[in-house]
Ligand binder design. Structure first.
Ligand code: ZN
Length: 194
């Protein structure tokens, strides 16, 4: 199995050179960033941001979706609360990516008829459909709009709103183009989505 071979290589060839880093991390973690991105295998957060152990706290799901608070998605909500209230991160990045299957599915919900759980999940971002509807050529714009929508959702979390008013916490929207290595750093234009 390729993964087991990888683990062996890590233990023998990589870990020894990072021993000092892991020793320091025994005392605890204090990442500055909560990084929310898609589960897509082509997105590798530590590779993209050139960070190592202890530096970014990560939430991943299909479509890098932040459900509205109170919607019952406790996995995401609890992880955000821990990052903001306990780890006291100073920035949250929502990172979408090119060729995102979740956003492509959102733009063509009929294609997800036989995948009802996925359909219900991506519908957490259905507000994107107010601007983009069922057109493949609109996928890139919808990917960016989906990221901005998640920033809107984040601001509705009490812990995020409190931290933004009481201390330094900033929100950032990115779109990563894995085929070129470029990242679009989005400017927030929430009004666009209304
Ligand atoms: Zn994706």
């Amino acid at each position: 199995m390729k993964l087991v071979e990888g683990v062996k290589h890590f233990k023998q060839a990589v870990y020894p050179s990072m021993l000092g880093d892991f020793e320091k991390l025994k005392a605890g973690q204090s990442p500055q960033t909560l990084f929310i991105t898609c589960s897509d295998s082509r997105v590798v957060p530590n590779l993209l941001t050139q960070t190592g152990p202890g530096e970014i706290f990560v939430i991943r799901n299909a479509g890098n979706i932040v459900p509205l608070p109170g919607s019952g998605e406790l996995s995401v909500e609890a992880t955000i609360q821990y990052a903001v209230d306990v780890l006291k991160v100073s920035e949250i990045v929502v990172c979408g990516h090119s060729h995102c299957g979740a956003v492509t599915g959102l733009l063509n919900l009929d294609s997800l008829e036989s995948l009802p759980v996925i359909r219900d999940w991506v519908k957490r971002s259905k507000k994107v459909l107010e601007k983009f509807s069922c057109c493949k050529t609109e996928v890139p714009q919808a990917i960016a709009a989906n990221v901005l929508l998640q920033l809107e959702h984040l601001r509705q979390y009490e812990c995020v709103a409190n931290a933004m008013s009481e201390r330094e916490l900033t929100l950032h929207g990115w779109v990563y183009h894995f085929e070129s290595g470029e990242v679009d750093f989005l400017k927030e234009e929430p009004a666009d989505l209304h």
